[in-house]
Ligand binder design. Structure first.
Ligand code: SF4
Ligand code: SF4
Length: 206
């Protein structure tokens, strides 16, 4: 869960229309166009999650973050059947209480709940949980793993660096690779991680 308190503002006197901001936005909220040879930056504030990526990556310091009416990005896990949440977490190889986004402290169970609530691509998951609205590093793979586990396929816009693909995990290593590299002990790692995924769920409030 995250509370958004700021959104970007662009100084068009400084903008050169490089499209960096568009490429790094995790929810595709920015579109950079040229009108009569001049750059135009359009921001969809209904979609923007105030992640600062555009502000940080603008080479001309044309973007600043300004206060907005605060709003929350969150999905209430208690609205969903916990067995279904647990099953989806297991399929994605996460314990439900595992933190999947350190910037927002979002847990795996909230990503699962958001998918059960209808989120079907990364941008929708970011909007529904806040995960991915911070640094966008650690949460990137959990978000993609959850969507894959739920059987969701999606296309990202061409003009985007975001959500480029899931990396392999220990659950993907083939028998051939295991045989060729016995010293890596993939099966031992997998056994240990499976035991974490299957550990009992404790109510953190009690
Ligand atoms: S990154 Fe900065 S200079 Fe480039 S298009 Fe966006 S606002 Fe303009
Ligand atoms: S979501 Fe992030 S990158 Fe996209 S417009 Fe908002 S602050 Fe900029």
């Amino acid at each position: 869960m995250k509370t958004v308190r700021v959104q970007p503002q662009v100084d068009m006197e400084l903008c050169r229309g490089c499209k960096n901001c568009q490429m790094v936005c995790p929810v595709y909220a920015i579109e950079v166009a040229r009108v009569d040879g001049k750059p135009q930056v359009n921001i969809n504030f209904d979609v923007c999650v105030g992640c600062w990526n555009c502000e940080q990556r603008c080479p001309d310091h044309a973007i600043s973050m300004v206060p907005c009416e605060p709003f929350d990005l969150a999905t209430d896990v208690s609205r969903f059947d916990y067995d279904e949440i647990r099953a989806l977490c297991r399929k994605a190889h996460f314990h439900p209480k595992q933190i999947v986004c350190y910037c927002t402290a979002t847990r795996a169970e909230e990503l699962a709940a958001a998918i059960l609530d209808g989120a079907s691509d990364p941008a929708q998951l970011v909007r529904a949980t806040g995960a991915g609205s911070g640094c966008g590093i650690e949460c990137n793979q959990p978000i993609l793993r959850f969507l894959e586990a739920a059987g969701k396929t999606f296309e990202r816009p061409k003009q985007s660096y975001q959500w480029y693909g899931r990396t392999a995990t220990v659950w993907d290593v083939s028998d051939k690779v295991k045989k060729e590299h016995p010293g890596f002990r993939f099966d031992n790692d997998r056994e240990l991680l499976d035991s974490v995924v299957d550990a009992p769920v404790h109510d953190l409030k009690s």
